[in-house]
Design a protein around this ligand. Sequence first.
Ligand code: NI
Length: 203
Amino acid sequence: MSRRNLIIILGLLIVPGIALIGLIMKSPEGQTGGEALIGGPFELIDHTGKKVTDRDYRGKFMLVYFGFTYCPDVCPTELQNIAGALDIIGERRRKHLVPLFVTIDPERDTRELMATYVDNFHPDLVGLTGTPDQIRKIAKAYRVYYKKVKEKDSPDGYTMDHSALVFLMDDKGRYVRHFSYGTDSEQMAKGLKKAIDRRFPAS
Ligand code: NI
C-alpha cells in the first residue's frame, strides 16, 4: 500500500473517531448534533415484569444509566449519586422524571434480581432488562460500550466492562445532556433542576 493510501485510510478511520469523541465529550449544555444521535426506540421488561417501550415514558424526562447488578463499585457509586440527586430535586420535579437503570448483563440480571437491586437505591428507580438482542439494541442507540470480560475471581467467572455516562433525555425522548461518571449528587441535581424547570416551571 502506498503511503498516500495509508494516510487516506487512516484519515477515514480517525475523522469519525474524533467526531464521536467530540459528541460524547461535548459541553453538557451542548444541544447541536448530538440529540439526534443518542437515544431511540427500545423494548424492554421493567423490574415489575411489565413490557415497556420508550413511548411509555413520553411526557417525562428520562435519566438513563447502563450497568449491571454484579458491578462491584462503579454502578453502586453512580446509582447512589443518582439517588442523592433525586432526593435533592424534590417531589415536584421527580414527578416529571423517570430514572432508568438498564442492565448490560441480561444473562444474569433477571427482572427479579433487578427488582431487589433497584430497591436498594431509590423508590423511583426503574430497572430494565430484556433479551440480549434488546439490550444490544438500546446500548447501540445510546452509544454505550459494554463487553463481557473473563475474570476468575468474579461470580460466574466474568465481569462486564461498560461505559458509565448518565443520559438525560427530555419528555419527547430527545437527548438533553449527559453527566460523566463521578458527577456528585449536588452537581447532577443542579443539572436536572435546570432542565426540568425550563420545561415544567413551578406553577
Ligand atoms: Ni458498573
